[in-house]
Design a protein around this ligand. Structure first.
Ligand code: COA
Ligand code: AMP
Length: 634
């Protein structure tokens, strides 16, 4: 029997231009587009060329102009400080317009970059929207990244202004953002004109004279700024994400296609309507936060919740249920790792029983592979559909999902269901032919990508082509491996590159290796992601020290752990480094990272035919056992 999903998907494939032109009618356009899909520079495709619009207008003023100004737009719920603050669409628009006016006073205009390094406070969301209002391009950097990562982003985006918080709040500590920011600027070649610091009461930061401004002074007397129409193809934001080296990729998302896709996704994928409360527990520093804390829900006219807290420990594993019930959330989106954390502390789900969850309809999980155990536990305990869906920073919205708004399909745990309308997803072989059902291949998406996905990398068309378009000509390479089953369900098994997913955070083991290799005592090293009950994966480093190094291993290990924390950030969760005599390699010198990972995960492995010296694997196994891994080898 054909479903609404089948019909919608078929339409999106048959007539993508008609499909997305109809979806675009949902936005307010200052000027309509000339071409829905511009393929004149293929494989660089652009959507809605000739169109003019403003994303901030569509996210805020649009709703006010339709009489919804008194509706709640944003609820800030900080479990860290015990604060709840609500902004109506009127209030949020007024704050954003003033912030945009203050930025304009500093000389920020269309096309200028603004870097945002802020914790989960309303000003972070306002800053993003204020940039959009001016046509400036924001680049949000996650607070868990340290100075060096910040410096890389400053140098690539070259922001005119940086907006930062004085500190972030973690469960047992205050994270001083300002010294990290100062360190980042110190390390970068580019210098911003100004830094504006939101002084949080938990820790006030020292300001650098002549460069830094206090947020309150910056805002004082600022006139409200109107929305600046920009081209649909103009960048809305740059979000840096881990690539295969230590250099992050500046993923660009535009204004027109992004707005169209995000708004469409709210009803059709998430099944939420205007006026409903939608909650994503992530961070504005990640793609999920950009799309489903800020842009998606606001474009749809929903009430979005900005939660500063953790799934557990703030104060207990009932935090999610408290927020859902207190604010009447109908849809909740988080990462499987968060659920594993809750399940570990409250396996019976007793905390759920303490709250009224009657308005809660659907749980969405993404960010990493969702193990069936977690999905089934959540579904059994909550009694609502649990939807695994798959996407990437590059796409900004789901590639595969069970599109609730198009009628739910049967759930197959372990699969994020079927390709979302607009995405032609294939499992390809090395020679670009499609794999038969059930057989693993390289997951690729036929070009053109639908609206909303990255048109390119920031100032780096060549990098965009080589990273994504070269491997399978005519397709976008997702770098995920997986397969489709006989019913067309997609299964995503993991990355084929050296990206690992730590607690839903995307990190590069290659980047970590670069940091370890920089230690003066290290001759060579390898970092692999090994299985972790809560975080999904955690990095483990193997290092070989230089000949003649006689310092105790423990001392070097401590320094290595500190080095990663200092140069990448605590978010890398790098807690284990093991000093070994040698690394296992092929005869051609390639380090056998995959085999080391299998040993650490206590999985069976076949001895690689090209291994140089098989005895090394025994040494690696012993070293891993000593670190608490490689436990139950069969
Ligand atoms: N600023 C500064 N430091 C931060 C930070 C931030 N915004 N976010 C996290 N960190 C730090 C943490 O304090 C921790 O430091 P520590 O090593 O000193 O303890 C480290 O980075 C790792 O943090 P995290 O990954 O959050 O681990 P955790 O052990 O504190 O919590 C979970 C584990 C599972 C509860 C947590 O990772 C979680 O809620 N994950 C959900 C992730 C998510 O929503 N991802 C979005 C993608 S969909
Ligand atoms: P990010 O760009 O941080 O969103 O990370 C994207 C990567 O996370 C993908 O390439 C996948 O490897 C992984 N991922 C995200 N969601 C899922 C999912 N539902 N199932 C499997 N892997 C996922």
């Amino acid at each position: 029997m054909r479903t609404q999903y089948d019909d919608t998907y078929a339409r999106s494939m048959r007539d993508p231009q008609g499909f997305w032109a109809a979806a675009a009618e949902d936005l307010y356009w200052e000027r309509r587009w000339d071409r829905v899909l511009d393929d004149s520079r293929a494989p660089f495709y652009q959507w809605f060329t000739g169109g003019l619009l403003n994303t901030c207008y569509n996210a805020l003023d649009f709703h006010i102009d339709r009489g919804r100004g008194k509706q709640r737009a944003l609820i800030y719920d900080s479990a860290m400080t015990g604060t709840i603050k609500t902004f109506t669409y009127d209030e949020l628009r007024d704050e954003v317009a003033r912030l945009a006016g203050a930025l304009r006073r500093l000389g920020v205009g269309k096309g200028d970059r603004v870097l945002i390094y802020m914790p989960m406070v309303p000003e972070g969301v306002m800053a993003m929207l204020a940039c959009a209002r001016l046509g400036a391009v924001h680049s949000v950097v996650f607070g868990g990244f340290a100075s060096k990562e910040l410096a890389k982003r400053i140098d690539d985006a070259k922001p005119k202004v940086i907006l930062a918080g004085s500190c972030g709040l973690e469960v047992n500590r205050i994270v001083s953002y300002k010294p990290l920011l100062d360190g980042g600027i110190e390390l970068s070649r580019h210098r911003p004109d100004r830094c504006v610091i939101l002084q949080r009461p938990q820790e006030r930061a020292a300001l650098v004279k002549g460069r830094d401004l206090d947020w309150d002074d910056f805002m004082a007397g600022a006139p409200a700024a109107e929305c600046v129409p920009v081209a649909a193809t103009d960048p809305l934001y740059i979000l840096y994400t881990s690539g295969t080296t230590g250099i992050p990729k500046g993923v660009v998302h535009d204004n027109g296609g992004h707005g169209v896709a995000l708004k469409w996704s709210m009803q059709n994928i998430y099944g939420v309507g205007t006026g409903e409360v939608f909650w994503t527990s992530s961070d504005i520093g990640w793609a999920v936060g950009h799309s489903y804390i800020v842009y998606g829900p606001l474009l749809k006219g929903c009430t979005s919740i900005l939660y500063e807290g953790k799934p557990v420990g703030t104060p207990d594993p009932g935090a999610f249920w408290r927020v859902i019930s207190q604010h009447g959330a109908t849809v909740f989106f988080t990462a499987p790792t968060a659920f594993r954390a809750v399940k570990k502390e409250d396996p019976q789900g007793t905390h759920m029983g303490k709250y009224d969850l009657s308005r809660f309809r659907t749980l969405f999980l993404a960010g990493e592979r969702c193990d069936p155990d977690t999905l089934l536990w959540a579904r059994n305990k909550l009694g609502v559909p649990v939807i695994d869906h798959w996407w990437q920073t590059e796409t900004a919205w789901p590639i595969a999902a069970n599109c609730v708004g198009l009628g739910m399909l049967p759930v197959k745990p372990g699969s994020p269901t079927k390709p979302v309308p607009g995405y032609d997803v294939r499992a390809l072989s090395e020679d670009n032919t499609e794999m038969p059902p059930g057989e693993i291949g390289s997951i690729a998406i036929r070009l053109p990508l639908p609206p909303g996905c990255l048109p390119t990398l920031w100032n780096n068309d060549v990098g965009y082509e080589t990273s994504y378009l070269t491997k399978h000509p005519g397709y976008y390479l997702t770098s995920d491996a997986g397969y489709k089953d006989g019913d067309g369900y997609v299964y995503i098994m993991g990355r084929v590159d050296d990206i690992i997913n730590v607690a839903g955070h995307r990190l590069s083991t290659g980047g970590m290796e670069e940091v370890l290799a920089g230690h003066p005592d290290v001759a060579e090293c390898a970092v692999v992601g090994v299985a972790d009950d809560v975080k999904g994966e955690v990095p483990v480093g193997f290092v070989v020290t230089k000949a003649g190094v006689s310092r105790p291993d423990g001392e070097i290990v401590k320094e290595l752990i500190h080095r990663i924390r200092d140069q990448i950030g605590p978010v890398a969760a790098f807690k284990t480094a093991i000093v070994v005599q040698r690394l296992p390699k092929t005869r051609s010198g390639k380090i056998l990272r995959g085999t080391m990972k299998k040993i650490a995960d206590s999985q069976e492995y076949t001895l690689p035919a090209t291994i140089d010296d098989p005895a090394i694997l025994g040494e690696i196994t012993e070293a891993l056992k000593g670190a608490g891994y490689a436990k139950e080898r069969r």
